[in-house]
Design a protein around this ligand. Sequence first.
Ligand code: SF4
Ligand code: SF4
Length: 105
Amino acid sequence: MIRLTWRDLPIGGFVIEPGNARNNLTGTWRTERPVIDQDACIRCRICWMYCPEPAILELNKPYTTRSGKKYDVTYEVDYDHCKGCGICAHECPVKAIKMVPEVGG
Ligand code: SF4
Ligand code: SF4
């Protein structure tokens, strides 16, 4: 296993490779994870717009709620990259996103 130290960082900590966030699993930073209640979600897209990563996925995946409402789109969390900041839960107008503690390692 290769161990990197501070000496391996670029001077100034610059990010010298654009778009590299895709390659870094920033989800490992998380202490809490957002969980979307698909039945409560009204597909307003606000979480998708506010997520700074972006780690909210807008999927062409039909969903029918327990009350029979049909949607063509589903919002899900990309847990590989979600850092658990909680902005999505804070901004959701119907409180369909709950932050829950990460368990395990
Ligand atoms: S917790 Fe933060 S990083 Fe994760 S999906 Fe919500 S807004 Fe994005
Ligand atoms: S902000 Fe809330 S209601 Fe709107 S799409 Fe996201 S989870 Fe659904």
